[in-house]
Design a protein around this ligand. Structure first.
Ligand code: MF3
Ligand code: CO
Ligand code: CO
Length: 292
């Protein structure tokens, strides 16, 4: 459906109480111009209010505390289920709900993805961290109906320098994404900068899975790809909240899903994969990282 204006003297849709023409009319005209030029534009429901943003930030306090606690306690010899216990108990202690628990049938309170596991690794007492492993821990917290979603990589003991480089370059890719997430530009502009950095280092970005709008629900529009080209994909507009979370493989980008649990994604060639995730708010002059 086309993005539409409202009557000039009506109270603005944003809830400011001001007349539309003195509030978001010019903003809406900018979106309509992009849509007329053939671009994908957000629906109004994707724009977070100040109260939404405040609630996401409060959920993010818990999410960050969980990842900080995991970082302090993670070590070789520990099972990934113990990581889940840390996240589950701290989230509950701080008054939040782990969003992944029961989400579409996912059985645990976070995702733990080791080495060639790309994402959606399921914490298990049988999976013991070994010296030299790299692991992504991905947490999502619900607090007062709002969602904070972020993930970090952890190095276990003595990691191969080439694997460490994969982890570092992936973090740099997220930092580039944060630099390029700007209002009135396109998600494809950001994606292309991320992709160029990954490729310059000999790595490939997973195509089928990516970031997403987030905040008032776990997964909202848009899908955020990191392999698209400048000027394509959705227009970034102030008020949008989405994640930047490229999955980057040392080898080819191809992946497959575990047939037994129907969740865990692996690299097809067995090469290691890394991912970091942040949640950002597009602002009038750039962005604000809400959760990391
Ligand atoms: N936290 C993941 C993300 O960044 C989603 C995990 S869904 C689960 O989007 F069901 F696998 F937990
Ligand atoms: Co996410
Ligand atoms: Co996540």
């Amino acid at each position: 459906m086309a993005y539409r204006k409202m009557l000039a003297n009506f109270p603005c849709w944003c809830g400011s109480g001001k007349k539309y023409k003195k509030c978001h009319e010019a903003f809406d005209e900018r979106i309509i111009a992009a849509e007329k030029a053939g671009h994908i534009v957000p629906e109004r429901k994707l724009f977070k209010t100040a109260a939404d943003v405040q609630a996401i930030k409060e959920a993010a306090v818990i999410n960050r505390a969980c990842l900080d606690a995991v970082g302090e306690q993670i070590h070789a010899g520990m099972s990934t289920l113990e990581i889940d216990d840390i996240v589950s108990s701290l989230t509950k202690k701080m008054g939040g709900i782990p969003a992944t628990l029961g989400y579409e049938g996912f059985p645990k309170s976070c995702c733990t993805s080791v080495n060639d596991q790309v994402c959606h690794g399921i914490p298990s007492a049988e999976d013991i961290l070994q010296d030299g492993d790299i692991i992504n821990v991905d947490c999502t917290t619900i607090l007062n109906g709002h969602y904070a979603d972020s993930s970090r990589m952890f190095l276990i003991g003595d990691v191969d320098p080439a694997w460490k480089k994969l982890v570092d370059v992936t973090k740099e890719c997220v930092e580039i994404g944060v630099r390029e997430a700007k209002p009135w530009r396109y998600l494809g502009d950001m994606a292309d900068e991320i992709n160029k950095h990954a490729r310059a280092n000999g790595f490939e970005i997973v195509e089928e899975i990516g970031g997403h709008g987030c905040g008032n629900d776990f997964h909202e529009d848009p899908f955020v790809s990191y392999v698209t080209t400048p000027g394509t994909e959705m227009l970034m507009v102030p008020g949008m909240v989405f994640t930047i979370e490229p999955m980057i493989n040392m080898g080819a980008h191809h992946v497959f899903v575990d047939e037994e649990n129907d969740w865990t994604v692996y690299t097809e060639d067995g090469s290691p994969s890394a991912q970091w995730e942040v949640e950002v708010l597009i602002t009038e002059d750039g962005n604000e990282v809400l959760c990391w």
